[in-house]
Ligand binder design. Structure first.
Ligand code: NI
Length: 174
């Protein structure tokens, strides 16, 4: 396993639509393992392949707390097949938007169809934080970021700060 570099907004790849996979083979499992390690190291609770620069419809999630036993979820070709009318609000962040958070309203429950680590078709009904996390990550596969749900003013402010953060970071590594 190895830790991959996380793409930071603004970056055009984060706006691209990821492609579906035909099957889960050893190469994909290696990517899934790397993504999980990258997510734990960050640390974060969800990561989409596009965030490590790969335009494939793959996400990894683990919403368990540090002290609990790790419960990773690998979702290949995730497809949200139903969403509740009831909504919930969580303060969301994103590993591609370090240091920025905003309250986002989304359907409180969702049902997702996907292929798991072993290549088996699965379905999952999620609520609470897991439902929000799945929707946030599936958005990534469609080139959507949580800041897209904010007003243009708020969104522009965050992007401007990220550009400044990137410049400062580059100064340090030079
Ligand atoms: Ni994210």
């Amino acid at each position: 396993m190895s830790i991959r570099k996380i793409v930071i907004e603004p970056d055009p790849i984060l706006r691209k639509k990821s492609e579906s996979l035909e099957k889960v083979d050893d190469e994909i499992r290696k990517l899934l393992d790397d993504m999980l390690e990258t997510m734990y190291a960050a640390p974060g609770i969800g990561l989409a392949a596009v965030q490590v620069g790969i335009l494939k419809r793959i996400i990894v999630i683990d919403i368990s707390k540090d002290e609990e036993k790790k419960t990773p979820l690998f979702l290949v070709n995730p497809e949200i097949i139903s969403r509740s009318k009831k909504t919930s609000v969580y303060e969301e962040g994103c590993l591609s938007l370090p240091g920025h958070f905003a309250e986002i309203e989304r359907p409180a429950e969702c049902q997702v169809k996907f292929i798991d680590y072993d290549g088996k078709e699965k379905e999952l009904v999620a609520d609470g934080l897991l439902a929000t996390c799945i929707q946030h990550e599936v958005d990534h596969l469609n080139g959507v970021l949580f800041i897209d749900y904010l007003s243009k003013l708020k969104k522009d402010m965050i992007v401007k700060k990220l550009i400044k953060q990137k410049k400062e970071f580059n100064k340090v590594v030079l």
